[in-house]
Ligand binder design. Structure first.
Ligand SMILES: C[S@@+](CC[C@H](N)C(=O)[O-])C[C@H]1O[C@@H](n2cnc3c(N)ncnc32)[C@H](O)[C@@H]1O
Length: 216
């Protein structure tokens, strides 16, 4: 049977600010539960307000591991004022800059999952440069430009352990379907073409790959 989060966790996910539809969330949760069996941490790039983090945290709790989530909390290009995905509530009134960290912390606290998560606040490539430990799962949902998606892939995919999972969000093979660019699709293709990963599931724009060999 496919593992599913408890109703209260699913309700918290649905109530949280964010962009992930429920179907993709359930696929992410199932991948996280499976990967958690490796006994290694789960890592997300792109925390935003914690919507997807809730699912990784709950899976981490079940597996007795920790979920890590990386974000500078200043928002992606398409989330800035004047852009389609901007939410004025995410702006720090004193600085006039986006700051999703307080909302993220509230989301996690209200769901009772704070102790299962380490928030890494910083730029993904900079955090990746000081990271050395193997990971059971890497979920890439950060910046959607080629520069950011490529840096996320090159910085984090090397840390996916043998048998671990690489999950990529917003993979749109058809340019007519994409809304923030096809960079996630290009890193997905690169992972498959590397020969180091095989695809194990497709749920809308969420792709789950398993490491079957060395490299990226
Ligand atoms: C699409 S949102 C993540 C959505 C979240 N996973 C969810 O399901 O609600 C992308 C996030 O990536 C962050 N981000 C973009 N580029 C980044 C970078 N280079 N380093 C760290 N965070 C980055 C943004 O601040 C934003 O919060």
């Amino acid at each position: 049977m496919t593992p599913a989060p408890k109703p209260e966790i699913l309700a918290a996910f649905e109530a949280a600010k964010g962009f992930m539809p429920v179907g993709e969330g359930l696929a992410l949760y199932a991948a996280a539960v499976e990967a958690g069996g490796l006994g290694l941490p789960l890592l997300e790039v792109g925390t935003y307000c914690g919507r997807s983090t809730l699912l990784l945290a709950d899976a981490a709790r079940a597996a007795g591991v920790t979920a890590l989530t990386v974000d500078h909390h200043r928002g992606s290009e398409e989330q800035q004022p004047g852009w389609e995905y901007h939410d004025p509530e995410t702006v720090d009134p004193e600085l006039g800059l986006m700051d999703t960290l307080p909302t993220f912390r509230r989301t996690l606290h209200k769901a009772g999952l704070e102790e299962h998560v380490i928030a890494l606040v910083g730029r993904s490539p900079q955090v990746a440069r000081v990271w050395a430990a193997p990971l059971a799962l890497v979920f890439i949902d950060g910046g959607h430009t080629d520069e950011h998606a490529t840096a996320d892939y090159e910085g984090w995919a090397p840390h996916v352990a043998e048998g671990g999972l690489l999950v990529i969000h917003d993979v749109f093979p058809d340019p007519a379907d994409e809304f923030t660019g096809q960079a996630p699709y290009r890193i997905y293709l690169r992972a498959l073409e590397s020969g180091a990963f095989e695809e194990i599931s497709v749920t809308d724009s969420l792709r789950v790959l398993r490491r079957t060999g060395a490299g990226i």
